[in-house]
Design a protein around this ligand. Sequence first.
Ligand code: F6P
Length: 434
Amino acid sequence: MFGGKPMPTTQDFIIKTLGECRFDSPLRRGGKRVFVADDRRIRLEDELGTDAAGSEVLSLEKAGPRERIFFDPPSTTVAVVTCGGLSPGLNNVIRSVYYDLAHNYHVKRVLGIREGFRGLNPDEGSPPVELDPAFVHDIHNLGGTVLGSSRGGQDPAVMVDFLQSEEIDVLLCVGGDGTQRGAHGIAEEIERRGLSKAVVGIPKTIDNDIPYVWMSFGYASAAEVAQQVVKGAHVEALGAPNGVGLVKVMGRNAGFIAAGAAVASQEANFVLVPEVPFPLEGDDGFLAALERRVTERGHAVVIAAEGAGQHLFEETGERDASGNVRHVDIGTFLRDRIKEHFEARGLELNLKYIDPSYVVRSCPANAWDRILSDRMARMAVHAGMAGKTDLLIGFHHQSLVHVPIGTAVAHTRQLDPNSDQWQAVLGCTGQPHW
Ligand code: F6P
């Protein structure tokens, strides 16, 4: 098993290409070392040991510029679209896509699709914008996306019609799993029509929950802001008798932001994540543990990821436009239950509830995310120009790699409660091992 799913096979890592690469890459720099050969691969498992995977050595194709490319740069049009929720680094991707194409490949026409996939449907979205130095010049310092974004898909047939009418050869789709599923649908429609158009995904999510992407751009910036908020919650908790700072952060299916904020700040006493169901009531429950902590130390800090504690509720049955399940609000639920619990016991409580969700993801990218989004953007450009399609850029064992989109979206990535990452959370919080 692999992350709770059936082990993938060699077949799952085959990258589709549009055909023979007939053009020399313009990236030549007096030697060949800048290029990555198609047979360069990164092992899926890098550990050796008695319980290491079976005999088949699985690997992922290494990303990077190819010496021979499929598209002839002067007559190629590339488009970039940003979809789904915001994430620090989106504008950096747009800028790096543009400059890598303009400076390194000498591609003349680079389009920015407006408002996510909606912009690929002329009946719903605004027309694309032609990127140029004036358009991208200071966008890397801004949060959000200058192209706009939207949730929800569009009919692949309509979107491919649009690619044909705009003569777009390469489409770069920046987004989370919903977006990548949409990109996969576009690639399938292109294949059905026998067209020579490449679709390349650039994974984006502050939740950091895309498989084969060790860290997605935006996560580090989001965790950085989240840990500042947690530090603030700690100061507030210390400032009043029996102070409790309760911080809710994003993380629909994964607790990476919550865990990162806890370990970075070292100020949390409880971290509640979707991956670790916890009892609420009873001696072993969260409320009793919080009461003990506050009674003993006079204050406490709690971080709750938005997907935490959903086992305590009936499913809402509601979904957002991207098809994601709408969770019950764990933050306000805990706020109210904590108050009731302390009140019922006649204990003083000064609870400060902080929900910085959108603040955490709307900030500009930090230095790490700027570097990562630049690398991801350029690797996507290389893949598209080489005629590779239906893939996204992964980040595996410190290498950027090509992952077939279908393989990447087959499951989501979650925090492993047996990992060192979670042990770090348990170590710095001292919370019960639920
Ligand atoms: O990007 C994913 C995410 O951060 C989730 O954790 C969260 O549920 C979602 O964004 C919220 O985004 P929106 O309110 O824009 O749908």
